[in-house]
Design a protein around this ligand. Structure first.
Ligand code: FA5
Length: 345
């Protein structure tokens, strides 16, 4: 192998060893640059005779072409590699399954409220909605609880600016709804005619300064009101029996009225239920308050208490949700932990 063959071979090896375009350009300079090996050889020809110059010159040129060919081919190979790498990095795998968006769902207490609306709806109850920021009048006074009444201390109230408060129960909706109902039938009432019964539930948020495993500062209630000319406690009991059996999907359930006090009902009763089977078997659990609407409240509806009578109740949907799903701490519903909440979907 002559010196030119050796040079071509070492150039080819140097180019092959270059792994980046920059390495390759450095290697090129070593052979083809101004002071590269080939250029040195060309310079060295000055001392040769014209004949030798011819043959040597042709040989060097051939070697130079070979080196250039090796360089071009390595350049192409590096460019191909780079393109392939880029394609690999940017490639889109159309066979990958798409990323799904997280699916939302209703909060367990919302599920309970929907269920209550459906069951009471099937019993002919309308559904009404009202303000959470209330006046003192609707929350207390109209409900037979005047300013100095000791029963006000039963509710630890959040007061807001402007003399308003966050409603402590859904009972103000009794008055709001009944007043509208009476207005709608004012002409018939004035003529002494019988007006349609009031049969309504009003579910929604309520607030009290209260927090432990069974009390939350924001909780829910579902008010019920049924007023007519002959609505009595037997009807209330039938409504509750129907509701609880449907809600808990069991006939093995007892209902108990425990005498109690609310200023807006007389007589009044707490409502307890007990399951005949399951983990809560035999324990009485309070689920709400109820009673015959007090004559003073019926007067605030705009009706004659001698003629119109009925009952009201206030159920605790949070507690019903706890019982339905066997959850023993109410606060879990309001901590916003999706690991807990997604179990109810
Ligand atoms: C009342 O609020 C009455 N307005 C209910 C009523 C309506 C009686 C109509 C008669 C006629 P009480 O304070 O007992 O009553 O509350 C009713 C239900 O709301 C309770 O049984 C309970 O289930 C629920 N409750 C009350 N406070 C909280 C609280 N802080 N957190 C969760 N649930 C509560």
């Amino acid at each position: 192998m002559n010196d030119l063959d050796t040079l071509v071979q070492s150039a080819a090896e140097a180019f092959a060893a270059a792994l980046t375009p920059a390495d390759l350009e450095n290697a090129k300079a070593r052979f083809l640059g101004k002071s590269g090996s080939l250029t040195d050889l060309l310079k060295g020809m000055a001392a040769l005779s014209p004949d030798d110059k011819k043959t040597r010159g042709a040989a060097i040129n051939q070697a130079k072409q070979q080196v250039e060919a090796a360089l071009t081919s390595r350049r192409q190979a590096l460019a191909d590699d780079e393109l392939a790498q880029q394609l690999r990095a940017e490639s889109l795998d159309v066979s990958l399954p798409g990323r799904r968006r997280g699916e939302g769902g209703l909060h367990p207490v919302s599920l309970t409220l929907e269920r209550m609306e459906a069951i009471f709806g099937s019993m002919g109850f309308a559904v009404a909605d009202g303000p959470e920021i209330e006046t003192d009048w609707f929350n207390f006074t109209a409900l037979n609880t005047p300013a100095d009444h000791p029963a006000r201390s039963m509710h630890d109230t959040f007061y807001v600016e402007g003399g308003h408060l966050l409603r402590t129960h859904t009972s103000p909706m009794q008055v709001r709804y009944a007043v509208q109902h009476v207005k709608r039938h004012a002409d018939a009432l004035a003529r002494g005619e019988r007006i349609p019964e009031i049969r309504v539930i009003a579910p929604g948020r309520t607030y009290r300064v209260d927090s432990d495993a069974t009390h939350s500062p924001m909780f829910h209630q579902c008010e019920g009101l049924w007023i007519g000319e002959a609505v009595n406690f037997t009807d209330l009991k039938a409504v509750f029996a129907d509701f609880f059996r449907n809600f808990f999907e069991t006939d093995e359930l007892d209902i108990r009225f425990r005498p109690s006090f609310f200023p807006f009902t007389e007589p009044s009763a707490e409502v307890d239920i007990a399951f005949a089977s399951g983990p809560l078997k035999g324990r009485w659990l309070e689920v709400g308050g109820s009673g015959q609407v007090h004559p003073n409240v019926v007067r605030h509806f705009g009706l004659d208490p001698e003629k119109y009578i009925g009952f009201a109740f206030g159920l605790g949907p949070d507690r019903l949700t706890m019982l339905r799903y066997g959850v023993n701490d109410l606060r879990l519903f309001y901590e916003g932990d999706l690991r807990f909440l997604s179990q109810f979907q």
